[in-house]
Design a protein around this ligand. Structure first.
Ligand code: NAP
Length: 471
Protein backbone atom coordinates (compact mmCIF):
# COMPACT_ATOMS: atom_id res chain seq x y z
CA UNK A 1 0.00 0.00 0.00
CA UNK A 2 1.07 3.59 -0.59
CA UNK A 3 0.67 6.58 1.68
CA UNK A 4 -1.60 9.47 0.78
CA UNK A 5 -0.42 13.07 0.63
CA UNK A 6 -2.20 15.91 -1.16
CA UNK A 7 -4.57 13.47 -2.90
CA UNK A 8 -1.69 11.42 -4.37
CA UNK A 9 -0.69 7.88 -3.45
CA UNK A 10 3.04 8.00 -2.80
CA UNK A 11 5.55 5.16 -2.60
CA UNK A 12 9.19 5.19 -1.44
CA UNK A 13 12.21 2.99 -1.97
CA UNK A 14 12.45 2.64 1.78
CA UNK A 15 9.67 0.20 2.77
CA UNK A 16 8.52 -1.73 5.82
CA UNK A 17 7.18 -5.28 5.56
CA UNK A 18 3.84 -5.74 7.28
CA UNK A 19 3.66 -9.21 8.83
CA UNK A 20 0.73 -11.45 9.62
CA UNK A 21 1.24 -12.27 13.32
CA UNK A 22 -0.54 -15.61 12.80
CA UNK A 23 2.08 -17.11 10.47
CA UNK A 24 4.82 -14.49 10.03
CA UNK A 25 4.09 -14.10 6.31
CA UNK A 26 4.49 -10.72 4.62
CA UNK A 27 1.04 -9.31 3.83
CA UNK A 28 2.19 -6.12 2.09
CA UNK A 29 4.70 -3.29 2.41
CA UNK A 30 4.26 0.38 3.24
CA UNK A 31 6.62 3.29 2.56
CA UNK A 32 8.73 4.51 5.46
CA UNK A 33 8.23 8.28 5.34
CA UNK A 34 10.98 10.72 6.26
CA UNK A 35 10.75 14.23 7.74
CA UNK A 36 10.46 15.75 4.27
CA UNK A 37 7.33 13.68 3.65
CA UNK A 38 5.85 14.73 7.00
CA UNK A 39 6.46 18.41 6.16
CA UNK A 40 4.92 17.94 2.71
CA UNK A 41 1.80 16.46 4.36
CA UNK A 42 1.62 19.36 6.84
CA UNK A 43 1.97 21.89 4.01
CA UNK A 44 -0.69 20.10 1.91
CA UNK A 45 -3.12 19.92 4.83
CA UNK A 46 -2.66 23.66 5.43
CA UNK A 47 -3.17 24.49 1.76
CA UNK A 48 -6.38 22.39 1.71
CA UNK A 49 -8.00 24.20 4.67
CA UNK A 50 -9.98 26.58 2.43
CA UNK A 51 -11.31 23.74 0.29
CA UNK A 52 -13.08 22.06 3.23
CA UNK A 53 -14.01 25.30 4.97
CA UNK A 54 -15.73 26.45 1.77
CA UNK A 55 -17.94 23.33 1.76
CA UNK A 56 -21.37 23.70 3.33
CA UNK A 57 -22.29 21.58 6.35
CA UNK A 58 -24.61 19.65 4.02
CA UNK A 59 -21.76 18.93 1.59
CA UNK A 60 -19.47 17.75 4.40
CA UNK A 61 -22.25 15.58 5.82
CA UNK A 62 -22.99 14.09 2.38
CA UNK A 63 -19.29 13.32 1.83
CA UNK A 64 -19.14 11.49 5.17
CA UNK A 65 -22.35 9.59 4.29
CA UNK A 66 -20.88 8.56 0.93
CA UNK A 67 -17.74 7.24 2.65
CA UNK A 68 -19.99 5.43 5.13
CA UNK A 69 -21.92 3.73 2.30
CA UNK A 70 -18.69 2.62 0.59
CA UNK A 71 -17.21 1.30 3.85
CA UNK A 72 -20.38 -0.71 4.45
CA UNK A 73 -20.20 -2.16 0.93
CA UNK A 74 -16.54 -3.11 1.45
CA UNK A 75 -16.80 -4.27 5.04
CA UNK A 76 -15.75 -7.89 4.44
CA UNK A 77 -12.60 -6.81 2.59
CA UNK A 78 -11.63 -4.35 5.36
CA UNK A 79 -12.42 -6.82 8.16
CA UNK A 80 -10.22 -9.41 6.47
CA UNK A 81 -7.35 -6.91 6.31
CA UNK A 82 -7.72 -6.15 10.03
CA UNK A 83 -7.62 -9.90 10.75
CA UNK A 84 -4.50 -10.33 8.64
CA UNK A 85 -2.45 -7.47 10.01
CA UNK A 86 -3.60 -7.42 13.66
CA UNK A 87 -4.36 -11.12 14.17
CA UNK A 88 -7.86 -10.14 15.32
CA UNK A 89 -10.40 -12.96 14.86
CA UNK A 90 -12.66 -12.22 11.88
CA UNK A 91 -15.76 -12.35 14.11
CA UNK A 92 -14.35 -9.39 16.11
CA UNK A 93 -12.85 -7.60 13.07
CA UNK A 94 -16.27 -7.45 11.40
CA UNK A 95 -17.71 -5.96 14.61
CA UNK A 96 -15.00 -3.28 14.42
CA UNK A 97 -15.92 -2.47 10.81
CA UNK A 98 -19.66 -2.39 11.60
CA UNK A 99 -18.88 0.03 14.41
CA UNK A 100 -16.75 2.10 12.03
CA UNK A 101 -19.72 2.41 9.67
CA UNK A 102 -21.72 3.70 12.65
CA UNK A 103 -18.92 6.13 13.62
CA UNK A 104 -19.00 7.60 10.10
CA UNK A 105 -22.80 7.79 10.14
CA UNK A 106 -22.79 9.57 13.52
CA UNK A 107 -20.18 12.02 12.21
CA UNK A 108 -22.24 12.73 9.08
CA UNK A 109 -25.22 13.47 11.34
CA UNK A 110 -23.25 15.62 13.79
CA UNK A 111 -21.73 17.65 10.92
CA UNK A 112 -25.17 19.30 10.66
CA UNK A 113 -25.42 20.06 14.36
CA UNK A 114 -22.41 22.24 15.17
CA UNK A 115 -24.15 25.04 17.02
CA UNK A 116 -23.03 28.10 18.91
CA UNK A 117 -25.19 29.89 21.48
CA UNK A 118 -26.45 33.36 22.27
CA UNK A 119 -24.83 35.09 25.23
CA UNK A 120 -26.60 37.72 27.35
CA UNK A 121 -24.26 40.66 27.74
CA UNK A 122 -26.56 42.88 29.82
CA UNK A 123 -24.82 41.40 32.87
CA UNK A 124 -22.14 43.98 32.14
CA UNK A 125 -24.13 47.07 31.15
CA UNK A 126 -27.24 49.04 31.97
CA UNK A 127 -30.72 47.64 31.15
CA UNK A 128 -31.39 50.07 28.30
CA UNK A 129 -28.18 49.12 26.49
CA UNK A 130 -29.00 46.65 23.68
CA UNK A 131 -25.90 44.55 23.75
CA UNK A 132 -25.78 40.85 22.99
CA UNK A 133 -23.49 38.24 21.45
CA UNK A 134 -23.46 34.88 19.82
CA UNK A 135 -20.77 32.27 19.53
CA UNK A 136 -19.72 30.41 16.45
CA UNK A 137 -17.80 27.12 16.36
CA UNK A 138 -15.00 27.39 13.84
CA UNK A 139 -12.51 24.76 12.68
CA UNK A 140 -9.11 24.51 14.35
CA UNK A 141 -7.31 24.06 11.03
CA UNK A 142 -5.09 20.97 10.78
CA UNK A 143 -5.60 17.96 13.08
CA UNK A 144 -2.79 15.43 13.56
CA UNK A 145 -4.09 11.95 14.45
CA UNK A 146 -1.81 9.26 15.88
CA UNK A 147 -3.29 5.81 16.43
CA UNK A 148 -2.42 2.37 17.92
CA UNK A 149 -2.63 -1.08 16.34
CA UNK A 150 -5.51 -2.67 18.21
CA UNK A 151 -8.52 -1.05 16.47
CA UNK A 152 -6.84 0.38 13.38
CA UNK A 153 -10.02 1.45 11.57
CA UNK A 154 -12.49 2.54 14.24
CA UNK A 155 -9.94 4.40 16.37
CA UNK A 156 -8.65 6.20 13.27
CA UNK A 157 -12.24 7.17 12.43
CA UNK A 158 -12.87 8.47 15.95
CA UNK A 159 -10.32 11.15 15.06
CA UNK A 160 -10.64 11.64 11.30
CA UNK A 161 -14.46 11.70 11.04
CA UNK A 162 -15.17 14.32 13.76
CA UNK A 163 -12.22 16.39 12.50
CA UNK A 164 -13.78 16.44 9.01
CA UNK A 165 -17.29 17.03 10.38
CA UNK A 166 -15.90 20.19 11.99
CA UNK A 167 -14.24 21.17 8.65
CA UNK A 168 -10.64 20.53 9.62
CA UNK A 169 -8.03 18.89 7.43
CA UNK A 170 -6.32 15.78 8.81
CA UNK A 171 -2.99 13.99 8.75
CA UNK A 172 -3.07 10.50 10.22
CA UNK A 173 -0.02 8.54 11.28
CA UNK A 174 -1.18 4.94 11.59
CA UNK A 175 0.69 2.31 13.66
CA UNK A 176 3.56 0.70 11.78
CA UNK A 177 2.55 -2.79 12.99
CA UNK A 178 -0.82 -2.51 11.24
CA UNK A 179 -1.15 0.45 8.84
CA UNK A 180 -2.87 -1.21 5.86
CA UNK A 181 -6.52 -1.14 6.91
CA UNK A 182 -6.14 2.53 7.94
CA UNK A 183 -4.69 3.29 4.47
CA UNK A 184 -7.69 1.56 2.86
CA UNK A 185 -10.02 3.69 4.98
CA UNK A 186 -8.19 6.86 3.98
CA UNK A 187 -8.35 5.78 0.33
CA UNK A 188 -12.16 5.65 0.67
CA UNK A 189 -12.44 9.04 2.43
CA UNK A 190 -10.15 10.73 -0.11
CA UNK A 191 -12.67 9.99 -2.88
CA UNK A 192 -15.29 12.20 -1.26
CA UNK A 193 -13.23 15.18 -0.05
CA UNK A 194 -11.03 17.68 -1.94
CA UNK A 195 -7.37 16.72 -2.33
CA UNK A 196 -5.15 17.35 0.67
CA UNK A 197 -8.05 17.29 3.16
CA UNK A 198 -7.24 13.74 4.29
CA UNK A 199 -3.58 12.64 4.39
CA UNK A 200 -1.92 9.52 5.78
CA UNK A 201 1.82 9.28 6.41
CA UNK A 202 3.32 5.89 7.21
CA UNK A 203 6.50 6.11 9.27
CA UNK A 204 7.81 5.74 12.78
CA UNK A 205 6.18 7.51 15.67
CA UNK A 206 9.46 8.84 17.01
CA UNK A 207 10.04 10.65 13.70
CA UNK A 208 6.76 11.23 11.82
CA UNK A 209 4.54 11.32 14.93
CA UNK A 210 6.98 13.71 16.58
CA UNK A 211 7.04 15.95 13.49
CA UNK A 212 3.23 16.34 13.77
CA UNK A 213 3.40 16.90 17.52
CA UNK A 214 6.09 19.60 17.33
CA UNK A 215 4.99 21.43 14.15
CA UNK A 216 3.54 24.92 14.72
CA UNK A 217 1.45 24.29 11.59
CA UNK A 218 -0.55 21.44 13.17
CA UNK A 219 -3.26 22.87 15.40
CA UNK A 220 -4.22 19.81 17.43
CA UNK A 221 -2.94 16.33 18.20
CA UNK A 222 -5.44 13.60 18.88
CA UNK A 223 -3.48 10.62 20.18
CA UNK A 224 -4.53 7.12 21.21
CA UNK A 225 -1.89 4.77 22.59
CA UNK A 226 0.16 3.92 25.65
CA UNK A 227 0.59 6.12 28.72
CA UNK A 228 4.36 6.36 28.14
CA UNK A 229 3.97 7.69 24.58
CA UNK A 230 1.10 9.97 25.63
CA UNK A 231 3.19 11.57 28.39
CA UNK A 232 6.11 12.00 26.01
CA UNK A 233 3.83 13.65 23.44
CA UNK A 234 2.42 16.06 26.03
CA UNK A 235 6.00 17.09 26.93
CA UNK A 236 6.74 17.78 23.25
CA UNK A 237 3.47 19.46 22.21
CA UNK A 238 4.37 22.89 23.66
CA UNK A 239 0.89 24.19 24.45
CA UNK A 240 -0.79 22.59 21.44
CA UNK A 241 -4.40 21.40 21.89
CA UNK A 242 -4.25 17.72 22.89
CA UNK A 243 -6.60 14.80 23.31
CA UNK A 244 -4.91 11.79 24.92
CA UNK A 245 -6.71 8.44 24.98
CA UNK A 246 -4.28 6.24 26.91
CA UNK A 247 -3.98 2.85 28.55
CA UNK A 248 -6.21 1.31 31.18
CA UNK A 249 -6.19 -1.31 33.94
CA UNK A 250 -9.93 -1.65 34.19
CA UNK A 251 -11.57 -3.50 37.08
CA UNK A 252 -14.57 -5.80 36.94
CA UNK A 253 -16.20 -5.93 40.38
CA UNK A 254 -18.54 -8.84 41.16
CA UNK A 255 -20.50 -8.32 44.38
CA UNK A 256 -22.27 -10.98 46.46
CA UNK A 257 -25.71 -10.27 44.95
CA UNK A 258 -24.57 -10.35 41.30
CA UNK A 259 -25.98 -12.54 38.56
CA UNK A 260 -22.92 -14.81 38.37
CA UNK A 261 -23.60 -16.18 34.90
CA UNK A 262 -23.85 -12.67 33.41
CA UNK A 263 -20.71 -11.58 35.26
CA UNK A 264 -18.77 -14.60 33.98
CA UNK A 265 -19.84 -13.98 30.38
CA UNK A 266 -18.75 -10.34 30.72
CA UNK A 267 -15.42 -11.43 32.23
CA UNK A 268 -14.66 -13.95 29.46
CA UNK A 269 -15.34 -11.53 26.63
CA UNK A 270 -13.95 -8.49 28.50
CA UNK A 271 -10.65 -10.14 29.44
CA UNK A 272 -9.93 -12.25 26.36
CA UNK A 273 -11.46 -10.53 23.29
CA UNK A 274 -8.76 -9.45 20.83
CA UNK A 275 -6.38 -11.46 23.05
CA UNK A 276 -6.71 -8.86 25.80
CA UNK A 277 -5.40 -6.07 23.58
CA UNK A 278 -8.25 -3.68 24.35
CA UNK A 279 -7.72 -0.44 26.31
CA UNK A 280 -11.03 -0.96 28.16
CA UNK A 281 -10.56 -4.73 28.45
CA UNK A 282 -11.18 -6.34 31.85
CA UNK A 283 -7.71 -6.38 33.42
CA UNK A 284 -8.47 -6.99 37.12
CA UNK A 285 -11.36 -9.12 38.41
CA UNK A 286 -12.38 -8.16 41.95
CA UNK A 287 -14.58 -10.78 43.61
CA UNK A 288 -16.53 -10.69 46.84
CA UNK A 289 -15.34 -13.66 48.91
CA UNK A 290 -18.95 -14.85 49.28
CA UNK A 291 -19.26 -15.64 45.56
CA UNK A 292 -15.59 -15.95 44.55
CA UNK A 293 -15.41 -19.76 44.33
CA UNK A 294 -18.70 -20.07 42.42
CA UNK A 295 -17.57 -17.34 39.95
CA UNK A 296 -14.12 -18.87 39.48
CA UNK A 297 -15.43 -22.41 38.77
CA UNK A 298 -17.71 -21.11 36.02
CA UNK A 299 -15.12 -18.62 34.70
CA UNK A 300 -12.52 -21.38 34.22
CA UNK A 301 -15.15 -23.67 32.63
CA UNK A 302 -16.24 -20.99 30.13
CA UNK A 303 -12.67 -19.90 29.36
CA UNK A 304 -11.77 -23.50 28.44
CA UNK A 305 -14.35 -23.29 25.61
CA UNK A 306 -12.45 -20.50 23.78
CA UNK A 307 -10.95 -21.63 20.49
CA UNK A 308 -7.48 -20.39 19.53
CA UNK A 309 -6.56 -20.45 15.85
CA UNK A 310 -6.35 -18.77 12.48
CA UNK A 311 -8.01 -15.34 12.82
CA UNK A 312 -9.60 -15.73 9.36
CA UNK A 313 -11.45 -18.86 10.50
CA UNK A 314 -14.90 -17.57 11.48
CA UNK A 315 -15.08 -19.88 14.50
CA UNK A 316 -11.81 -18.61 16.07
CA UNK A 317 -12.21 -16.79 19.40
CA UNK A 318 -8.57 -15.86 20.09
CA UNK A 319 -5.84 -15.02 17.62
CA UNK A 320 -2.19 -14.17 18.23
CA UNK A 321 -1.06 -10.97 19.92
CA UNK A 322 0.46 -8.31 17.68
CA UNK A 323 4.05 -9.65 17.58
CA UNK A 324 6.44 -12.03 19.26
CA UNK A 325 8.09 -9.43 21.48
CA UNK A 326 4.67 -8.50 22.89
CA UNK A 327 3.95 -12.22 23.45
CA UNK A 328 7.29 -12.69 25.26
CA UNK A 329 6.57 -9.71 27.55
CA UNK A 330 3.14 -11.11 28.44
CA UNK A 331 4.64 -14.56 29.11
CA UNK A 332 7.23 -12.97 31.42
CA UNK A 333 4.53 -11.04 33.32
CA UNK A 334 2.61 -14.31 33.87
CA UNK A 335 5.75 -16.23 34.94
CA UNK A 336 6.84 -13.47 37.35
CA UNK A 337 3.41 -13.49 39.02
CA UNK A 338 3.61 -17.29 39.43
CA UNK A 339 7.17 -17.03 40.81
CA UNK A 340 5.89 -14.47 43.35
CA UNK A 341 3.12 -16.78 44.59
CA UNK A 342 0.16 -16.48 42.19
CA UNK A 343 -1.74 -19.70 41.39
CA UNK A 344 -2.18 -20.53 37.70
CA UNK A 345 -5.78 -21.75 37.31
CA UNK A 346 -5.76 -21.98 33.52
CA UNK A 347 -3.57 -21.23 30.49
CA UNK A 348 -0.20 -19.53 30.93
CA UNK A 349 1.64 -20.91 27.90
CA UNK A 350 3.03 -19.12 24.85
CA UNK A 351 3.39 -20.53 21.35
CA UNK A 352 5.10 -17.99 19.04
CA UNK A 353 2.68 -15.02 19.05
CA UNK A 354 -0.15 -16.95 20.77
CA UNK A 355 -0.77 -16.66 24.51
CA UNK A 356 -3.33 -18.98 26.05
CA UNK A 357 -6.16 -17.22 27.92
CA UNK A 358 -4.73 -17.16 31.42
CA UNK A 359 -6.40 -17.00 34.85
CA UNK A 360 -4.30 -16.22 37.94
CA UNK A 361 -5.58 -16.52 41.52
CA UNK A 362 -3.94 -15.30 44.75
CA UNK A 363 -2.25 -12.33 43.15
CA UNK A 364 -1.21 -9.28 45.15
CA UNK A 365 -1.39 -5.56 44.38
CA UNK A 366 2.37 -5.15 43.91
CA UNK A 367 2.61 -7.74 41.14
CA UNK A 368 3.13 -6.31 37.67
CA UNK A 369 0.09 -8.27 36.41
CA UNK A 370 -2.12 -6.26 38.81
CA UNK A 371 -0.34 -2.90 39.03
CA UNK A 372 0.21 -2.36 35.30
CA UNK A 373 -1.61 -2.86 32.03
CA UNK A 374 -0.63 -6.29 30.66
CA UNK A 375 -2.30 -5.87 27.22
CA UNK A 376 -2.66 -9.60 26.78
CA UNK A 377 -5.22 -12.33 27.57
CA UNK A 378 -4.55 -12.44 31.33
CA UNK A 379 -7.15 -12.24 34.10
CA UNK A 380 -5.84 -11.76 37.68
CA UNK A 381 -8.41 -12.50 40.41
CA UNK A 382 -8.50 -10.42 43.60
CA UNK A 383 -10.73 -11.47 46.51
CA UNK A 384 -12.31 -8.85 48.79
CA UNK A 385 -14.89 -8.54 51.58
CA UNK A 386 -17.77 -6.26 50.61
CA UNK A 387 -18.34 -3.23 48.44
CA UNK A 388 -16.05 -0.78 50.30
CA UNK A 389 -12.98 -2.97 49.92
CA UNK A 390 -13.91 -3.65 46.27
CA UNK A 391 -14.01 0.09 45.52
CA UNK A 392 -10.71 0.70 47.36
CA UNK A 393 -9.00 -2.03 45.33
CA UNK A 394 -10.52 -0.73 42.07
CA UNK A 395 -9.24 2.78 42.83
CA UNK A 396 -5.78 1.58 43.91
CA UNK A 397 -4.39 2.21 40.42
CA UNK A 398 -2.72 4.98 38.48
CA UNK A 399 -5.23 4.30 35.68
CA UNK A 400 -8.90 5.34 35.49
CA UNK A 401 -10.31 4.50 32.07
CA UNK A 402 -13.55 2.55 32.67
CA UNK A 403 -14.92 0.05 35.22
CA UNK A 404 -17.61 -2.64 35.31
CA UNK A 405 -19.68 -3.65 38.35
CA UNK A 406 -22.06 -6.60 38.69
CA UNK A 407 -24.65 -6.24 41.43
CA UNK A 408 -28.41 -6.37 41.84
CA UNK A 409 -28.30 -4.06 44.85
CA UNK A 410 -29.25 -0.51 43.87
CA UNK A 411 -27.45 1.21 46.68
CA UNK A 412 -24.22 -0.72 46.01
CA UNK A 413 -24.56 0.07 42.30
CA UNK A 414 -24.95 3.78 43.02
CA UNK A 415 -22.09 3.74 45.53
CA UNK A 416 -19.77 2.16 42.94
CA UNK A 417 -20.96 4.57 40.24
CA UNK A 418 -20.21 7.55 42.50
CA UNK A 419 -16.97 6.40 44.12
CA UNK A 420 -15.02 4.60 41.39
CA UNK A 421 -12.58 7.05 39.82
CA UNK A 422 -12.89 6.34 36.10
CA UNK A 423 -14.10 8.03 32.91
CA UNK A 424 -17.00 5.53 32.68
CA UNK A 425 -18.64 3.11 35.14
CA UNK A 426 -20.80 0.34 33.66
CA UNK A 427 -23.33 -1.31 35.96
CA UNK A 428 -24.05 -4.95 35.01
CA UNK A 429 -21.76 -4.62 31.98
CA UNK A 430 -18.01 -5.06 31.61
CA UNK A 431 -15.69 -2.05 31.31
CA UNK A 432 -15.16 -3.10 27.70
CA UNK A 433 -18.55 -1.68 26.67
CA UNK A 434 -18.36 1.28 24.30
CA UNK A 435 -21.00 2.80 22.05
CA UNK A 436 -19.50 5.16 19.51
CA UNK A 437 -21.66 8.15 20.45
CA UNK A 438 -20.92 8.09 24.18
CA UNK A 439 -18.37 10.39 25.84
CA UNK A 440 -15.27 8.26 26.14
CA UNK A 441 -11.97 9.03 27.82
CA UNK A 442 -10.12 8.24 31.02
CA UNK A 443 -9.19 9.95 34.27
CA UNK A 444 -5.79 9.91 36.02
CA UNK A 445 -3.01 8.47 33.80
CA UNK A 446 -5.59 7.11 31.33
CA UNK A 447 -5.75 10.40 29.51
CA UNK A 448 -7.40 13.72 28.98
CA UNK A 449 -10.22 14.94 26.76
CA UNK A 450 -13.15 12.96 25.42
CA UNK A 451 -13.95 11.14 22.22
CA UNK A 452 -17.41 10.01 21.07
CA UNK A 453 -18.41 11.96 18.00
CA UNK A 454 -20.28 14.91 19.52
CA UNK A 455 -17.64 15.28 22.25
CA UNK A 456 -14.70 14.90 19.88
CA UNK A 457 -16.19 17.60 17.61
CA UNK A 458 -16.29 20.02 20.57
CA UNK A 459 -12.53 19.55 20.89
CA UNK A 460 -11.98 19.89 17.14
CA UNK A 461 -13.42 23.43 17.07
CA UNK A 462 -12.58 26.76 18.59
CA UNK A 463 -15.26 29.12 19.85
CA UNK A 464 -15.47 32.64 18.45
CA UNK A 465 -17.60 35.27 20.19
CA UNK A 466 -19.27 37.96 18.11
CA UNK A 467 -20.81 40.84 20.13
CA UNK A 468 -23.36 43.40 18.88
CA UNK A 469 -24.30 46.73 20.36
CA UNK A 470 -27.28 48.64 18.94
CA UNK A 471 -26.35 52.21 18.22
P1 NAP B 1 2.01 3.10 21.40
O1 NAP B 1 3.25 2.28 21.39
O2 NAP B 1 1.94 4.23 22.37
O3 NAP B 1 1.85 3.63 19.88
C1 NAP B 1 0.73 4.36 19.49
C2 NAP B 1 1.10 5.26 18.32
O4 NAP B 1 2.01 6.26 18.77
C3 NAP B 1 1.80 4.53 17.17
O5 NAP B 1 1.30 5.04 15.95
C4 NAP B 1 3.25 4.91 17.38
O6 NAP B 1 4.04 4.83 16.20
C5 NAP B 1 3.11 6.34 17.85
N1 NAP B 1 4.29 6.89 18.54
C6 NAP B 1 5.27 6.21 19.18
N2 NAP B 1 6.19 7.08 19.67
C7 NAP B 1 5.77 8.32 19.33
C8 NAP B 1 6.29 9.63 19.55
N3 NAP B 1 7.44 9.85 20.20
N4 NAP B 1 5.60 10.69 19.08
C9 NAP B 1 4.45 10.51 18.40
N5 NAP B 1 3.91 9.29 18.15
C10 NAP B 1 4.55 8.21 18.62
O7 NAP B 1 0.73 2.21 21.66
P2 NAP B 1 0.37 0.74 21.08
O8 NAP B 1 1.26 -0.27 21.69
O9 NAP B 1 0.26 0.81 19.61
O10 NAP B 1 -1.12 0.57 21.65
C11 NAP B 1 -1.42 0.00 22.87
C12 NAP B 1 -1.75 1.05 23.92
O11 NAP B 1 -2.79 1.92 23.46
C13 NAP B 1 -2.29 0.42 25.19
O12 NAP B 1 -1.72 1.06 26.29
C14 NAP B 1 -3.79 0.68 25.11
O13 NAP B 1 -4.46 0.66 26.34
C15 NAP B 1 -3.79 2.03 24.47
N6 NAP B 1 -5.10 2.29 23.85
C16 NAP B 1 -5.90 3.24 24.41
C17 NAP B 1 -7.18 3.46 23.89
C18 NAP B 1 -8.10 4.50 24.47
O14 NAP B 1 -9.04 4.90 23.76
N7 NAP B 1 -7.90 4.97 25.69
C19 NAP B 1 -7.62 2.69 22.80
C20 NAP B 1 -6.76 1.73 22.26
C21 NAP B 1 -5.50 1.54 22.80
P3 NAP B 1 4.80 3.49 15.72
O15 NAP B 1 4.15 3.12 14.46
O16 NAP B 1 6.23 3.87 15.52
O17 NAP B 1 4.63 2.47 16.80
Amino acid sequence: MKMLINGEFIDKDDKQNILNPYNGEIIDTVPIANLGDAHYAIESANLAKDSIQNMSAKEVSNALYSACVELEERKDEIAELISLEVGKPYKHAIVEVNRSVETLKLSAEEAKRIYGETVPLDVAGSADEKFYAFTKKIPLGVVGAITPFNFPVNLALHKIAPALAAKNTVIIKPPMEAPISTLKLVEILNKYFPKGVVNAVTGYGSEIGDALVTSPDVDKISFTGSVATGLFISSRARGKKLTLELGGNDPLIVLEDANIEDAVNAAVSGAFSNSGQVCIGVKRIILDNKIADEFIDLFVKETKKLKLGNPLDKSTDLGPVIDESAAINIEETINNAIKDGADLLYGGKRNNCFIEPTILDNVNMSMDVVANETFGPVAPLIRVNGVDEAINVANDSKYGLQAGVFTNNLSNALKCAEEIVAGGVMINKASSFRADNMPFGGFKSSGMGKEGIKYAIEDMCKTKLIAFKHI
